[in-house]
Structure formats: structure tokens, C-alpha cells
Design a binder for this molecule. Structure first.
Ligand SMILES: [Zn+2]
Length: 314
């Protein structure tokens, strides 16, 4: 049963909307594109595990992307997938790396050899999950339910070589089998059936998604963000306003509601409040009247009066 469904992070959603609006000539463009690629790859890797999750013999309670505040200090920790069984908890850390990876168990060094012989180095996933385990343990306080961890390499194009013994690093195909083994090891141990659902709900209620914004994180200047209404068909060029509708100069698609989609993008990037002037700027409109008509047509809630009128985007 899924207690907390998987969702794209706010940063992921913002990068998707924002990156196409940044000029490829902007110095930030490559960085944003690379970060978007990473977010998409991580998300895809996690999604690809759903098939294997369905093959787990006894279905646990699933919490995806759980982010909770550490009891010690003020920072947060995040778990890709948390599975709560009646006898134990399993933390799943998902890695979507491709290529030839080598992990040195003794030092925790994880490297990837590129075709040109150069090495990429990644953080030690073992240290990462161990940290998550101790923080979750602290969060659960006196609970005695055992917590296990596993690192799953989700990408089919990943060659994993482990130097030493590390039974908790798996290629994705091995996950159901690994869990079957844990279940059979626990067939006669203490059962926390009643506690587990309560615990899952408690964790879900403590979940606090990050409210970081890409604009603040990368200090993106407003001028660097291109204004316009993307064509709702080809999605490649900005549409032109004429004869009370939006027209695409490239594929000739016509859509009178295209600005609603654009305003949803505005909301994702800048938040849910907009004024007539900000809307005109973002939609590339000259006429105050047209902007008013479009904002009213979309049925947004209005706050304030006269010149101070603001619309709450939904
Ligand atoms: Zn078009």
C-alpha cells in the first residue's frame, strides 16, 4: 500500500519550466540543464523500480521521497523509498548511474571510468544510507523495529564491480529476492503489525517537501527569464496574440486558452500572486485590458482594489 506517493520535487518541476525560458547563451544555462538532467534521471530511476516493487512477495507500506526534520539539529533528511513491513523497515537508496562503476568496500570510494580514461567520483552510497538509518532511528526514538538499508543501482546500463563484500548493494533485478530473504529471516521475530501503520501515517504527516526555489538558489535575474506563451502544440516557439486568440507562427496552431498554461508556469517559477503589469510582462501583452480579460476569464481569485489588485493563480 502506498502511504506517500512519489512526486517530482519542487526544484525538478521548476527546472522543467524554467530551463527552456533561459537563453542557451546565458552563463547559467548549462548548469540548469545539467541539474534538470540529473533530477529527471533520478526520478526515472526511481520510477523504473515500481515493476520490481510489485514482485515483492509480501507488500509493505511504501513512502516515496519522504523528507523529515532530523531530531538533532534543524536540517532535513530524505529517503528515496521507505518500506515498512510488519517485522522490519527497509530504506532503499536508488542510484541511476550508467557506465562502469567500481566500488571499494574498504574505503567507500565509488568511481566511474569514462571512455577517455578519466574518472568520475561519487559520494559513498553506503555512508549515505547509514546516515539515513541513524537519523531515522533517532526519529523513531525508542521503537525496536529493526531498520535495514539497501542501495539499488536502477540503470540497466550500469556495470557494477564491487571490490570486497557488500551484500546491500544490488542491481535492481535482485531486489525482490533480497527482500524475500529478509522476510524469511524475520518469519519468527517480533511483529509490529499494529505499530507499522501508525508509524507510516506519522511519518507521512511529518513529511515536509522542500520549498526551495530555483530563482533564489541560482540567483537568476528576472531579465534572464524569457517572457512569452509557449505554443501548446509544438511547444517550441512563443505564440502571438491576435484576433482574441493565441497563434503559433511556426505550426500555425491556434489556442485561446494558451495563456492559462503560461500563467501556470509563472506560478511554478514565481509563486501564486500576479498583478496586471506582471502578467502583461510575462505574456508579452501590450494591452492592460486584454490582460485583465484573460485574468478574469481564468477565474482567478482577486485580492486588493483598483491599482493594488492582485490575482491568485491556481
Ligand atoms: Zn506551434
Amino acid at each position: 500500500m502506498i502511504i506517500l506517493p512519489r512526486q517530482k520535487t519542487a526544484i525538478h518541476v521548476q527546472l522543467e519550466v524554467l530551463t527552456p525560458r533561459i537563453s542557451p547563451l546565458d552563463p547559467l544555462y548549462d548548469l540548469l540543464t545539467e541539474n534538470l538532467r540529473r533530477e529527471q534521471s533520478g526520478y526515472k530511476g526511481e520510477q523504473s523500480l515500481d515493476y520490481y516493487y510489485r514482485h515483492i512477495v509480501k507488500q509493505p507500506l511504501f513512502l516515496h521521497g519522504l523528507r523529515i526534520k532530523d531530531k538533532k539539529g534543524s536540517d532535513f533528511f530524505q529517503i528515496d523509498t521507505l518500506m515498512i513491513f510488519s517485522n522490519f523497515i527497509l530504506i532503499v537508496e536508488v542510484k541511476n548511474y550508467t557506465g562502469s562503476l567500481i566500488y571499494q568496500v574498504e574505503t567507500g570510494l565509488l568511481t566511474r571510468k569514462r571512455n577517455n580514461g578519466e574518472l568520475d567520483r561519487f559520494d559513498d552510497p553506503r555512508a549515505q544510507v547509514e546516515m539515513q538509518r541513524s537519523r531515522l532511528q533517532r526519529y523513531l526514538d525508542r521503537s525496536e523495529i529493526p531498520i535495514y538499508t539497501v542501495v539499488v543501482f536502477a540503470n540497466q546500463n550500469c556495470m557494477l564491480q564491487i571490490n570486497g563484500t557488500q551484500p546491500n548493494f544490488l542491481l535492481r533485478e535482485r531486489l525482490p529476492q533480497h527482500i524475500s530473504q529478509l522476510l524469511s529471516n524475520h518469519s519468527n521475530t517480533a511483529n509490529y503489525q499494529a505499530e507499522s501503520l501508525q508509524l507510516a501515517n506519522q511519518l507521512r504527516d511529518s513529511h515536509q517537501p522542500s520549498n526551495a526555489t530555483v530563482v533564489e538558489k541560482y540567483r537568476i535575474h528576472r531579465k534572464a527569464i524569457r517572457n512569452g506563451v509557449w505554443c501548446t502544440s509544438c511547444k517550441r516557439v512563443f505564440m502571438i496574440r491576435k484576433q482574441r486568440s493565441w497563434h503559433c507562427p511556426s505550426c500555425f496552431h491556434k489556442d485561446s486558452d494558451a495563456s492559462i498554461r503560461a500563467l501556470q508556469e509563472y506560478k511554478i517559477i514565481f509563486g501564486n500572486e500576479i498583478t496586471n503589469q506582471l502578467a502583461r510582462e510575462f505574456l508579452n501583452l501590450e494591452s492592460r485590458k486584454t490582460a485583465t480579460r484573460l485574468l478574469q476569464k481564468a477565474n482567478f481569485k482577486v485580492i486588493g482594489k483598483n491599482k493594488g489588485v492582485k490575482y491568485i493563480l491556481k
